[in-house]
Design a protein around this ligand. Structure first.
Ligand code: THG
Length: 298
């Protein structure tokens, strides 16, 4: 059986062109269309990202949840940095045990407010490896933060199987070192928290890169994460090729990149279709080629 990744569709968010305006105007139709499109594309979860929503989060999150639940049964992933909005959203979610809380970070205030809400809901929880001092610097800091989060969640009765650790994907424009450290953390996860799952905001990796190039970075990075058993990913479900990788339908690309990760360079001569683009992109993400927007022309 081919390896699969559960896709958490990212596009219903306050920053998005279609969904952002609709959220602000409380116009359900565009959001409901997107929810149906993302579900049809094969999303296992729909991320509903209202951002910090300082003014009206406790009213906006329940509205978005109910707007989406009116047209689809796809489980939801509630995404906000506003703890009160998160709690208000979970009050109305129909299928709470299958929903995801996105996210609880290793910041004491956020843990205190949200862990009881998650325990009560019986939902899945994204444990975001972001601490009081911000981004962890290497895989050891990620591991230490993961232990803190796991202990606090376990103390509230939340089992490892409900946890999804997010090592935080960083843009390739900042270099390949942080990417390597996220992958290294994933390779340690089954020892740190046996039975736990994992996730990343995949398109962070291509943030700030020209639009026509982003898809190669996102897809290749997902395949690299799959080598370490990533269980879910927050993705652009409108990229059909990316969704095909999630569904286990691109064993050709997966085998090529995983082979390269094991040190087997296939060379460029026999590469067909988009294999050449993904080959070159792997060289960038693994730090063998220095990033520049002309990497596909090299
Ligand atoms: N980890 C976790 N949650 C997260 C992130 C993460 N939630 C937010 C974010 N990162 C993942 N979600 C998105 C949503 C949209 C985009 C990127 C990440 C995005 N949108 C396009 C853009 O900005 O160009 C299109 C916007 C539009 O529709 O117009 O890139 O890391 N746990």
């Amino acid at each position: 059986m081919s390896q699969t990744v559960k896709a958490i569709a990212e596009s219903i968010n306050i920053m998005g062109k279609r969904s952002g305006g609709a959220m602000k105007e409380r116009n359900p139709a565009p959001i409901q269309e997107m929810a149906k499109e993302e579900s049809k594309a094969g999303a296992a979860y729909l991320d509903l990202n209202i951002g910090p929503a300082r003014k009206d989060g406790t009213e906006l999150m329940p509205w978005v949840v109910q707007t989406v639940e009116a047209v689809t049964d796809t489980p939801l992933c509630l995404d906000t940095t506003n703890a009160e909005a998160m709690a208000a959203g979970f009050k109305v979610v129909k299928n709470r045990a299958n929903a995801i809380m996105n996210s609880i970070s290793a910041q004491p205030e956020r843990m205190q407010k949200l862990i009881p809400v998650a325990a009560e809901a019986g939902c899945n929880v994204i444990a975001l490896l972001w601490g009081p001092e911000g981004m962890p610097r290497d895989s050891n800091e990620r591991a230490a933060m993961a232990v803190d989060l796991m202990m606090a969640l376990a103390e509230a009765g939340i089992p490892n199987e409900k946890m999804l650790f997010d090592p935080i994907a960083t843009p390739i424009t900042l270099g390949a070192d942080q990417i390597a450290s996220g992958l290294e953390f994933l390779s340690m996860l089954s020892d740190i928290a046996p039975g736990a799952g994992s996730t990343v905001g995949l398109s962070n990796v291509s943030n700030g890169v020209a639009d026509h190039l982003r898809k190669y970075l996102d897809r290749t990075y997902l395949i690299m994460l799959m080598k370490y058993g990533i269980s879910t990913a927050i993705v652009n479900s409108y990229d059909a090729e990316l969704m095909a990788i999630c569904k286990g339908e691109r064993a050709d690309l997966v085998n090529m990149v995983h082979g390269m990760m094991d040190g087997n360079d296939p060379g460029t001569a026999g590469l067909a279709g988009t294999a050449l683009e993904h080959y070159k992109t792997y060289k960038v993400l693994s730090g063998q080629t220095v990033f520049s927007e002309s990497w596909l022309e090299l």
